[in-house]
Write a protein that binds this ligand. Structure first.
Ligand code: NAD
Ligand code: MG
Length: 397
């Protein structure tokens, strides 16, 4: 006889050692830990000490590091635990293909695409934090999830807010979506002031605590650029339906405007655990220990129009949306290379957008996104070209 207790939900966590990954493990603990969930696999990159610790704490069956050369360090750190260790890109994809019910996709950058696709194809529910999957491979990724039969539940706070504001199912009556943006640490700065900043200065976000790439992306507003494209694919919108408004308090996480003039919004503290918990228990709401909004203390919510001259990333996103095809993949890859060069002190803050724009212009005729091969080819070529531009700039300096 079977007991009436439902089987625990089986989970995979990509990018467990990162900011979203750590918050995900915290949410799992808040919601009952090992009694409620079985962790199939967790993954990380070079921080194998933390990865091993997490794997033991959550009782994962498998831990995977993306770094081939960290395999022995991970295996040694897991010795005696009975947890399987694996390393490298193929192992990440295999982890994605291993049966589980729900996958947190929280690897940073395009490196997240293939493992997440493997999970989507076998029909897992995908809790999507990694926006690059949709920016690079938009329609193909959405189709892969649909063909697999799983659900795609956004974790990015803006998209979770929109998803929640669409809960009444009146999609046909949606006029527009309004993505809120904090404006980042340089919201009121001139371009001259931004020109000289280092990665250390740019990563200090006023409201959210996040990984390095998204923090820098918030300062340059490249993060919002990625989110505009992410929104198009998640909610099947025309580019003209996507608006951005600066809202420095980050309390309204985004909004949906309907044909009757109503605007629905989701509000909350700037804490990713709300969006993660929602994606984990959807369509039910969990009980979470996160800070509650105190409206009397907040007193005011401010809004202003974004400035596409000081923050050209927003203009680039519109261009990518209008051009369609592989321009999202190209913009994303160009920016990723430029981001690494900025962090290494090789280029200035404002040059990140210049490089992404130049690569986009150079690759307008680079075919269409017929299949994943084309996406990967465009990604590789955009990286190569961005690398060349950076090398030329260095030679000229
Ligand atoms: P992070 O840098 O804190 O963590 C990234 C994770 O990816 C780590 O586990 C790291 O080990 C792993 N990783 C790094 N390089 C890898 C590679 N080459 N191959 C495989 N794994 C690799 O990043 P984060 O802030 O947690 O963001 C993760 C994703 O979620 C990003 O796409 C980001 O845009 C998105 N996101 C983050 C937040 C946030 O609040 N942090 C909010 C919304 C969306
Ligand atoms: Mg976001």
């Amino acid at each position: 006889m079977t007991s009436g207790k439902p089987a625990p939900r089986r989970l995979t966590i990509f990018g467990a050692t990162g900011s979203i990954g750590q918050n995900t493990l915290d949410v799992l603990n808040q919601l009952g830990g090992r009694d409620a969930f079985e962790v199939v696999a967790i993954t990380g990159n070079s921080n194998v000490g933390l990865l091993a610790e997490q794997a033991k704490a959550c009782g994962a069956e498998l831990a995977v590091t993306a770094s081939d050369d960290q395999y022995f360090a991970l295996r040694d750190a897991l010795a005696g635990s009975g947890i399987e260790a694996a390393a490298g890109r193929e192992a990440l994809i295999e982890a994605g293909a291993r049966q589980s019910d729900w996958v947190m996709a929280a690897i940073v950058g395009t490196a997240g695409l293939e493992p997440t696709l493997a999970a989507a194809r076998r029909g897992a529910d995908i809790a999507l934090a990694n926006k690059e999957c949709l920016v690079s491979a938009g329609e193909l990724f959405v189709k892969a999830v649909a063909a697999g039969g799983g659900r795609l539940i956004p974790v990015d706070s803006e998209h979770s807010a929109i998803f929640q504001s669409l809960e009444d199912g009146q999609h046909h009556a949606v006029e527009r979506i309004i993505l809120t943006a904090s404006g980042g640490p340089f919201r009121t700065w001139t371009r001259e002031q931004m020109a000289g900043v280092t990665a250390e200065i740019a990563r200090a976000h006023p409201n959210w605590s996040m990984g390095l790439k998204i923090s820098i992306g918030s300062a340059s507003m490249f993060n919002k650029a990625l989110e505009m494209i992410e929104a198009k694919h998640l909610f099947d919108l025309h580019p003209s339906q996507i608006e951005v408004v600066i809202h420095p308090q980050s309390v309204i996480h985004s909004m949906v405007g309907y044909t009757d003039g109503s605007v629905l919004a989701q509000l909350g503290s700037p804490d990713m655990r709300t969006a993660i918990g929602y994606a984990l228990t959807y369509p039910n709401r969990p009980t979470l220990n996160v800070e509650r909004l105190d409206f009397a203390k907040l007193a005011r919510l401010d809004f202003e129009a974004p400035d596409e001259v000081r923050f050209p990333a927003l203009r680039l996103a519109r261009t990518a949306l209008e051009r369609g095809g592989l321009q999202g993949a190209v913009m994303n890859a160009g920016e990723e290379i430029a981001f690494h060069a900025f962090c290494a002190g090789r280029i200035g803050f404002l040059e990140m957008a210049d490089i992404a724009e130049q690569v986009m212009e150079d690759m307008t005729g680079f075919g269409s996104a017929g299949g994943m091969d084309e996406v990967f080819a465009a990604d590789t070529e955009a990286r190569r070209r961005a690398g060349e531009i950076i090398a030329r700039k260095e030679m000229a300096a």
